[in-house]
Design a binder for this molecule. Sequence first.
Ligand code: BES
Ligand code: ZN
Length: 460
Amino acid sequence: MAAPTVSKDLDGWFASNDKRIHDELFEFLRIPSVSASSAHDKDTLAAAAWLHQKLAAIGFTVETCPTAGHPVVVAEWRKAPAGAPTVLVYGHYDVQPPEPLDLWTTPAFEPTIRDGKLFARGSVDDKGQLWVHVKALEAHLAVRGTLPCNIIVVAEGEEEIGSEHLAQFIAQHAARLACDAVVISDSSMFAPGIPSILSSLRGLAYFEINVQGPSGDLHSGMYGGAVVNPAMALAHILSTFHDKKGRIAIKGFYDKVLPFPRAVLAGMKKLPHNDTRFKREVGVKALGGEEGKTTLEKLWTRPTLEVNGMLSGYTGEGAKTVLPAKSMAKVSCRLVPDQDPKVIEKLLKAHVKKVTPAGVTVTVEALHGGHPWRADLAGKIFDAATVALHAAFGKKPVIQGEGGSIPVVVDFQKILKVPVLLVGFGLPGENAHAPDEWISVDNFRRGLRAIATLWDEYTK
Ligand code: BES
Ligand code: ZN
């Protein structure tokens, strides 16, 4: 069979509208919709309003639905021929905080293209990828005056802070959101030129650990040696989380971990991963983690416990002799099927209680969580995506796992009872959540064509 191609009418429309598509994306990226920061609440609302207006302008019926947090933008187009399927497209218009600002080559909210990379906070995660979907829909409507399937776009503003209100929103609006498949572009390809379809995501359980010692900071000479130091107590607690083989030493932590299907593991071995390149990409000389596992196994199929940040005592210039009164760490566990964030919370709390030294009080607070997910990968939407990616990238997609989390994926699958297709256009090294986040302009352009082709293939 000849290799599939992108249909000429859509490809031509993308080519002649390329500048406008980019200009509009720049507008979207200039809105600092940082969901974690209440100082940016106005901007987060502005991003929702901007998106609302753009979706309305291409012919969708749009509603911005308030939640207890940031609103959900729901846009519907339901004029497909009778019997046509309905697809729900999900994305998020919120972004991660841009800090540390001084490490950006150009400012986070002033999009700039250098060497084929579009730099800006949200360029890849997820405004750029959401924009791929909006413009692919516009292409169909502009060129053909119609879409081959009904489409519901759901864009939320709380993904980067745990999608706290979205599961409830989906459950409350389940009838309206009823569909045949969910499609999400909020992930990355395996490598440049190698498109991929995701077969799994890890879940998440995120905690804050606070250690309280003396009632105030103390002179480290007058009191040090006799009073338990909260910074050292925290270091001790953290040091008990792993054993010498890199496994997590919390009792019961692995009890619910299921083996990965053999076909998935076999497929993983065939992917062109290279540890030397991987080390170079992240800038380290050696890798860590569980003994006896390959890097891809560690990233996609195994749970973790990581320290995300720590705070204690004097961290200013020069030396100050002080025994700090308290210390704090942000700790998160990535989870794999069938681990449950609530159970992990209980196990972690019991462990911390057991290893806390006398002389300090420790509290563990669960901040947010999400369940791990595994795809079925059977059905028309996956076949259609395979052809569409092949057409746009000139190469069949690989099936890959993913170490990150999109908690709402499980909610969609459970509540709407439909398959979820995850097909993303980011790349390794794209700096998501970090300074100098970027999306490849070439991937963005191919992504537009892939998604536009997806709707044709899905309804063939
Ligand atoms: N887009 C990411 C998830 C992701 C990252 C998927 C890399 C595939 C590859 C998403 O926006 C994200 O960062 N999620 C958070 C979830 C959390 C805040 C609940 C994550 O994984 O840390
Ligand atoms: Zn993210």
